[in-house]
Ligand binder design. Sequence first.
Ligand code: PEP
Length: 254
Amino acid sequence: MRTKIVAGNWKMNLDVDASKQLAMDISVAIQNLETNNTRIIIAPTATNLYPVFHQPSMDSRVEIAAQNMHQAKNGAFTGEISAEMIHSVGITNVILGHSERRTYFNETDAALAEKVSTALQNNLDAIFCFGEVLEERQSNNHFKVVESQLQNALFHLNDSDWRNIVLAYEPVWAIGTGETASPEQAQEMHAFIRTVIAKKFGNTIAQNVSILYGGSVKPSNAKEIFSQPDVDGGLIGGAALNTADFVALIVAIQ
Ligand code: PEP
């Protein structure tokens, strides 16, 4: 059975106190919630990973993810953090390939292929993001684009690596815009993604990998999106910064 996941990407928001507070508020709010087979992940900014993770009395179901890491083991890469550093503070997940990283920091598929491998070598689960921009969808190239993003960044993996991979399909035109892919558009693409993975790695891996949808998910649209058969949860931006909204998304996926 695939794991359901609600993951919040806090981006470059919240100082250390506000991050700790939001994490605690989420912890308290889910205290009496049954969350069977659902992973809950929050991704504070790098400086706040350690203080958020090491708060006493955080609900143990709340996992932490870093938002990015460098592909090299270590070295002269001023301003970057390594997989080993992330793991050394107790964190076991990292988001890779978010469209903001691709757009503003020129992350290429080739760099992401290395990042995914480095993450796995350092015992981090990789939440791998990908998706088409608006012009690619309008020109009906979205399937081709998504297939090549997957091929270029993930096709070098071994079968066993897939135990530690989560996919996050995020159509770029739906991120932070208020524009959401319709549940049918999300389902159509998620089913396609599974066929791409199945062709290369076989049906078992394709059926077992969790595929999240990301792009303006909020309490009012979550239930419909999450109920699609190939949608296993969401990668959430804006709505992850509000306790009530984020918890409503966790409720919506049950
Ligand atoms: C994101 O940044 O991954 C995202 C999906 O943002 P939002 O939910 O705000 O569209």
